[in-house]
Design a protein around this ligand. Structure first.
Ligand code: ARG
Ligand code: ZN
Length: 873
């Protein structure tokens, strides 16, 4: 059934404190819970207390020490009801048995690689004990854990360790206490035979915090980058947001089976091990950056998520959007701001735009859901971060900081809402954000259309901006949003022009506020028509249609001081060429030559970053072209046109690409910093271009593969060969698999690159990999690498008109759904753009989806995605 935001009401009972005794043992773990429960002030006597519970076996139950009689409670598959609880503070004590080894959903307490660990967000705690498993019930926790000393020498939970000792009989125990009241989703415990590295951090006010990262034995040497990232995150949050850490310990544990990236449990973050382990021989530069980003993200949650949490799950973006914004800022400060912005926008466009423009579209703050696990989406996270970024753009750096300060001060210790968050910014800046709030409530990506007019006699330059958001499921009519459009007007020499004054709409410094369906801005005292640079830094998550000429775009590509728009201009030129060619329009030689020239200038530019060049020296990817075309999409035709344009545009530069490729060769020992990784980025981008456009490319890829001294270069060579499907690709793939046979995280890279191979046999190869009885089908990383990469990053083969690609994915989803519904549902979202395909592919997609629907009982997770995806039909 569906849960609605409008139905929110506070809990009739609250839980003040929790005392847990967790006796961990193979097969059956027993959890004794003592909950101190208080009825809310207005709760009528006799109101039943309904606790959540799932897959629990109740063995004992008592209230204030007295065993409960049969009629006083009822336990079913959803939980436990106390029919008539005391009308005062009381202690409910339950004893339940659970089976972590049988827990393949990886929610609640489960066992990964021998290690007992938990995942509770959003609704996993109910799989550990009966509880009010909702984020607005905050309690202090004291946890005693015990286990066999040999199986689990390490016993960890939230907060501070207050006691430990032996129990005799080979067993031991530890007691952890978390003084900060928290919702159950932030609960965690870990028990296992783990190695660790440790360090410490002293906060600005002088608190010494013990830091540790726990992992499988033998992997400690791969945890140092994560530790370094953690310390830099702690320092950054103090400097940028005045946020200090608040406990004496901060522990991180790396586990091998995890449903997503990582989890911000109070004082005990649990990570997917791919986001912890790094060494140059097996991790790429991208892995290093990802680890740094996610370590920061989870750490930053301590304030934005833990100290201030969400009232209900509709408010998820309150913590996620804000925390993504914070981790983006961290990376921007630690590395190149421009490069980070471009990468984030590429990610937004490739993950969030398709969601927002298809059957799974939903607001950043949804108003209803059937399965909350399906709302940990690019919209909630990444569009959520864009909304916070717009707030910062509209209020300015100081205004934004004032709002954040007030938010931290006013809501510390609370479970709150988007409204309360926005109120802090409104009050601190004495402004009104009522219309701005629409960004949280309205799904869909707005389109912004620009018209310009230059009046040579009046010396005025007029920009007309229009916005329009297309309908999304359940929201046919859209309101006007507050869109901050950052801009610059460039004069003939590329420098910004001045003007006397502005009339019409609001234009504060360099931001036009588009807050109606249409606004007009008139710049006075402008002698020559400037070239407008609009939506600089991608100041709003929108699709911009400028109507600029190729000449103007080339001008921006050459002169714009805004790095983002400089990159965008080059991409736009490429996009228009590929789209024209897919549509069968003739693409003139002059047009491709002009782009070749712009690429040559970018390559040779003296001051642009290597990493920037790596991003610019490319055509938009196939999915971006598909979005630009919008309907009746034929991904194979897109691929063919794009490949041939790559040859036309970059072919003439082959010698220069190769010379630069050679010049970038370096013997310096590996470091993961921005400068060195940028250099590798560019060199590997050139290799990938050469593999496609030059006859020498395949040989270069082969040579680099053999010569590589780190995983970045080796994997880039493998990817270049595979994606261009060179003659050597199959043998390199085989060699890579053998070389790294013992490393599951490298195996994922192999799976993912296999999944992206463009040849017509790819589906049968993937099917063979998946059907191998030794393939670890229960591991989320493996399944995402194989099936997820195929569905998300191999559009031409996934959407084959014979349906083989679609059926490969639905088959894997059906199988996975029996064990891990969350991961299965996520894999199925690969179908989220099917309505934009041309008819025969649509029919093939529908046949596969109907096959899945008709194949028996699906989980609520998968059924929810399937129903919404099919709803447009
Ligand atoms: N809160 C975690 C994070 O953003 C992720 C939790 C994801 N949960 C889920 N059910 N998908 O870091
Ligand atoms: Zn998060």
């Amino acid at each position: 059934h569906t849960i609605y935001l409008k139905d929110y009401s506070p809990s009739a009972y609250t839980i003040e404190s929790v005392v847990l005794d967790v006796r961990i043992a193979p097969e059956t773990t027993r959890v004794r819970a003592q909950l101190t429960i208080v009825p809310a002030a207005n709760t009528p006597r006799g109101t039943p207390l309904i606790l959540d519970g799932e897959d629990l076996r109740l063995e004992d139950i008592a209230v204030d020490g007295a065993p409960l009689v049969q009629l006083a409670y009822a336990a079913d598959e959803n939980g436990l009801t106390l029919v008539e609880p005391p009308n005062r503070r009381f202690v409910l004590e339950t004893l339940v048995a659970i089976e972590p080894e049988a827990n393949t959903r990886l929610m609640g307490l489960y066992r990964s690689n021998g290690v007992w660990c938990t995942q509770c967000e959003p609704e996993g705690f109910r799989r550990i004990t009966y509880y009010l498993d909702r984020p607005d019930v905050l309690a202090t926790f004291k946890v005693t854990m015990s286990a066999d000393e040999e199986l689990a020498p390490v016993l960890l939970a939230n907060g501070n360790l207050i006691d430990k000792g032996s129990l005799g009989d080979g067993k031991h125990y530890a007691v952890w206490e978390d003084p900060f009241p928290k919702p159950s989703y932030l609960f965690a415990l870990v028990a296992g035979d783990l190695a660790s590295i440790s360090d410490s951090f002293t906060t600005a006010s002088g608190r010494k915090v013990d830091l540790a990262i726990y992992c499988e034995h033998g992997k400690q040497d791969q945890c140092h980058w994560a530790m370094d990232s953690l310390k830099r995150s702690m320092a950054w949050d103090e400097k940028r947001f005045d946020r200090e850490y608040d406990l004496d310990v901060f522990n991180i544990v790396a586990v091998s089976d995890f449903n997503f990236g990582a989890m911000e449990n109070k004082g005990l973050n649990i990570f997917n091990d791919k986001l912890v382990f790094a060494r140059p021989e097996t991790a790429t530069d991208a892995d290093y950056e990802n680890i740094e980003r996610v370590i920061a993200h989870e750490y930053f949650h301590n304030w934005t998520g833990n100290r201030i949490t969400c009232r209900d799950w509709f408010q998820l973006c309150l913590k996620e959007g804000l925390t993504v914004y914070r981790d983006q800022e961290f990376t921007s400060d630690e590395r190149s701001r421009a490069v980070k912005r471009i990468s984030d926008v590429m990610k937004l466009r490739s993950a969030q735009f398709p969601e927002d423009g298809g059957p799974l579209a939903h607001p950043a703050r949804p108003d209803n859901y059937r399965e909350i696990n399906n709302f940990y989406t690019p919209t909630v996270y990444d569009k959520g971060a864009e909304i916070v970024r717009m707030l910062a753009t509209l209020l300015g750096e100081d205004g934004f900081k004032k709002g954040m300060d007030l938010y931290f001060e006013r809501h510390d210790g609370e479970a709150t809402t988007i409204e309360a968050f926005l109120a802090c910014f409104a009050e601190a800046n004495d402004t009104d954000l009522d219309q701005f709030k629409t960004w949280y409530e309205q799904a869909g990506t707005p389109r912004i259309e620009i018209n310009e007019q230059f009046d040579a006699d009046a010396h005025t330059y007029t920009l007309t901006l229009r916005q329009n958001t297309p309908p999304t499921p359940g929201q046919p009519d859209k309101a006007a949003l507050v869109v901050p459009v950052r801009f610059g007007l460039l004069g003939p020499n590329g420098a910004e022009i001045g003007y006397e004054r502005v009339t019409g709409a609001e234009a504060r410094d360099d931001v036009i506020v588009l807050d109606k369906p249409e606004v007009e801005v008139v710049f006075h005292g402008v002698a020559n028509r400037p070239v407008p640079s609009l939506l600089r830094g991608f100041s709003a998550p929108a699709i911009l249609e400028t109507g600029l000429s190729e000449q103007d775009r080339l001008f921006l590509a050459r002169h714009d001081s805004d790095a983002f728009n400089r990159w965008q201009a080059i991409q736009d030129i490429g996009e228009r060429l590929v789209v024209a060619s897919v549509n069968g329009e003739s693409v003139s030689d002059e047009a491709t030559e002009a782009l070749t020239q712009a690429m040559a200038e970018t390559l040779a530019h003296e001051t642009l970053d290597d990493a920037f060049k790596a991003l610019a020296l490319n055509l938009p990817d196939e999915a971006q072209i598909a979005r630009a075309i919008g309907k009746s999409v034929d991904p194979s035709a897109i691929r063919a046109s794009r490949q041939s344009l790559l040859k036309q545009v970059f072919g003439p530069l082959a010698d220069r690409l190769e010379a630069k490729y050679e010049a970038l060769t370096s013997e310096a020992p590996y470091t993961p910093d921005a400068a060195q990784s940028g250099r590798r980025d560019l060199r590997n981008r050139l290799l990938s271009l050469l593999a496609t456009v030059s006859t020498k490319g395949p040989e270069l890829a082969h040579r680099q593969y053999q010569a590589a001294k780190n995983m970045t270069d080796r994997f880039a060579a493998l990817a270049a060969a595979t994606l261009a499907w060179t003659e050597e690709a199959p043998s390199l793939l085989a060699e890579f698999r053998t070389t790294y046979a013992g490393d599951p995280l490298v195996f994922d890279k192999w799976l993912a690159v296999n999944a992206r191979a463009p040849d017509d046999s790819v589906v049968s190869r993937l099917q063979a990999i998946l059907s191998d009885p030794s393939f670890p089908k229960n591991n989320p990383n493996r399944m995402r690498a194989l099936v997820g990469s195929f569905a998300m990053a191999n559009p031409a083969q996934f959407t084959r008109p014979d349906g083989a690609g679609f059926r490969f994915v639905t088959g894997a989803v059906l199988d996975m759904d029996k064990r891990n519904p969350q991961v299965a549902a996520r894999l199925l979202t690969g179908f989220r753009t099917w309505p934009m395909l041309e008819d025969s592919r649509q029919q093939a997609a529908l046949a596969a989806l109907h096959g899945l629907r008709d194949s028996g009982a699906l989980s609520r997770n998968t059924n929810d995605i399937l129903t919404r995806i099919l709803d447009v039909a």
